[in-house]
Design a protein around this ligand. Sequence first.
Ligand code: SF4
Length: 329
Amino acid sequence: MLEMNADVLLSVQDLQVWFTLRRFGFGIAGYVRAVDGVSFQLREGEAVAIVGESGSGKSTLMRAILGLYRPRAGSIVFEGRDVPRLKPADLRWYRTRIGYVQQDPYGALPPFMTIQQILEEPLIITRRENGQQRMERVRRALEEVKLTPVEDFLKKFPHQLSGGQQQRVVIARATILNPKLLIADEPVSMLDASVRLEILSLLRELQRNHRLSILYITHDLSTARHFSERIFVMYAGKIVEKAPADELILNPRHPYTWALLAAIPEPDPQNAQRFREVPPGEPPSLVAPPPGCRFHPRCPKAIPGLCEVREPPEFRIGPHHEVACWLYE
Ligand code: SF4
């Protein structure tokens, strides 16, 4: 067991997850530095959004936390246990402590199983209850995700449900073992706009009722603000800004966060102009990321002779606000 603050559930320190590129017959051609020096802590009962474009490393970070990728360096400590070094029996314990909600609910549900079978499966695998207790748990789980009357859903197959209902089943399955942490990977991005808010509100309700911690992975800053207590912005394998949700939206400091905010449709034209100076573009290749600050080729504030040479550390600019940018040295 490793020492952690009492209310910290998950601690990630200097995490690196690299993938080896092999050239057939010629050994190693390079590395994809998908996550490259990420540190943060998640408290019990806290919702944190990790925001970034595709290619920012947020999904790789999530898979490393789920124990699906082995880090090259750094640590992931959950309830005092070092996740990458868990033995197979402990890994089974870990999987009951973490729930996972995927982006595509239909792809996540086995098509030939009924909703009842899908929800019973984790309980059967962990052999916690007898048949009657299992059914009670299944019913309660369906009620919690508001799929009622329960009888209308138990015998249905996933294809007989709408996208929003399928995602509710995925959430019920992810929470049926009473996990401590829920990882939600773009949970509403494939759903109709009309049900997105409902699903996010449902996740928030479950978080409050069960003191669940949530890592919400998204590219959408506006839902991140309404969903989470803190937001971490990722760019090219690194976290570049961390702050309480409102603070990050109202007082963003990293030029990349400005770029993300500029992409949000803004009804107030004055506000809309605020961040327009950041040029559009793509995150860099993670095989050969730019030296110094990885954002410097796109950054309108780049300091010549510094930003393209030296990587900025995280500067603390408020009690809970950190920015990896030389502007705040
Ligand atoms: Fe821009 Fe320099 Fe800050 Fe990077 S460190 S975001 S290049 S000002």
